[in-house]
Design a protein. Structure first.
Length: 340
């Protein structure tokens, strides 16, 4: 790999101080919540709920932050991939009804995995078409991107109405993922434990790909300076398309997980969750997967702690968190320095 690309990647390896600051902020939030809640079992339950919520938001937001960082695209249509993935995944799981009702954890997980994989494949293919037809003509113009991708989101919502109908669809969780595990006064909901495991796995895979593979290094370098990567002979356009497809597929996976989390899906669920997704992307720093991960944990924990301690403030807690962090770090927790 050329010296210029190595120079870019060397700069990308910085940020250890910001990373530590983000982790310390999460630890401080957890300790403050413990002091406010007062009960350790209740705090553990709330913390697990916050981590599960944060992991699912991370899955949905990680693709969006890479798309913006690499392609400079404000894709409000990302919510369409979330809704579409949820409906496709739920349809697959409904077709596998006996698997969902089985008393075997392995069979239940196989049903969820099948729904998630097919949902990701469909949303990935849909993302490719969306990028070619909707996004590509408006590269470089943020105002047009906002307008046309928002229009695309509305169109997809209407198509979901046509295929699946306008009514909300309840989602019964797999038999072995219903209920909770109890350890004394500590209540750990089974599905939230699965959500945490899936989120950590996705983060580990993304981090491994971005830091230990050539294509990952090219993506990271392209986020900082796409013109330099292209001038070195690497096909940045193909990277654009691959990242957009991957981001769309992750949104579909997030939609399936979020639908099971809420136990109901609607055509506008993607639009509803997009505010939280954008907050996470902004808090983390545009283009940063690690920052997105930290931001998602902060938002998930904050939302659950505040909902317990001061329910009336829960709705605006994420926005207040974003404002506070931007006053401290205007570019987010782990921003990617742009060289273009």
């Amino acid at each position: 790999m050329s010296g210029s690309l190595q120079t870019v990647l060397a700069r990308l390896r910085g940020g250890d101080g910001a990373r530590r600051s983000g982790l310390l902020l999460i630890a401080a939030l957890m300790l403050l919540a413990l002091a406010g809640v007062g009960s350790v079992p209740t705090w553990i339950t709330l913390t697990l709920a916050g981590l599960a919520m944060g992991m699912m938001v991370f899955i949905m937001a990680s693709g969006l932050t890479l798309v913006f960082g690499l392609m400079d695209v404000l894709n409000f249509g990302h919510g369409a991939f979330i809704s579409l993935g949820a409906f496709v995944g739920v349809s697959v799981m409904a077709a596998l009804g006996p698997w969902m009702e089985s008393a075997s954890l392995a069979v239940n997980l196989a049903a969820v995995l099948a729904g998630a994989i097919i949902g990701m494949v469909v949303t990935g293919l849909f993302g490719y078409v969306f990028e070619r037809l909707v996004v590509m003509p408006v590269y470089g113009n943020h105002l047009k991107q906002i307008l046309i991708t928002m229009g695309g989101l509305i169109v997809v919502e209407q198509l979901i109405y046509v295929v699946w109908g306008p009514d909300a669809i309840p989602i019964p969780r797999p038999e072995t993922l219903k209920g909770a595990l109890t350890f004394g006064d500590v209540v750990l909901e089974k599905y939230r434990l699965l959500a945490v495991a899936v989120g950590l796995t996705i983060f580990a895979v993304m981090t491994g790909v971005l830091t230990r593979t050539k294509i990952g290094l090219l993506v990271r370098a392209g986020v900082e300076n796409s013109e330099m990567v292209e001038s070195l002979g690497y096909p940045i356009t193909r990277l654009f398309i691959a990242v957009f497809i991957a981001g769309s597929a992750l949104a579909g996976l997030g939609g399936v997980m979020w639908g099971l989390y809420e136990e109901v899906i609607t055509a506008h669920m993607g639009m509803s969750v997009m505010v939280m997704v954008f907050i996470v992307v902004i808090i983390g720093g545009l283009g940063s997967v690690e920052g997105c991960f930290l931001g998602a944990l902060l938002v998930g924990l904050m939302n659950n702690y505040v909902a317990y301690l001061a329910p009336k403030m829960a709705l605006g807690s994420s926005i207040l968190l974003m404002v506070a962090i931007l006053m401290w770090r205007p570019e987010g927790l782990l921003p990617v320095a742009k060289g273009r």
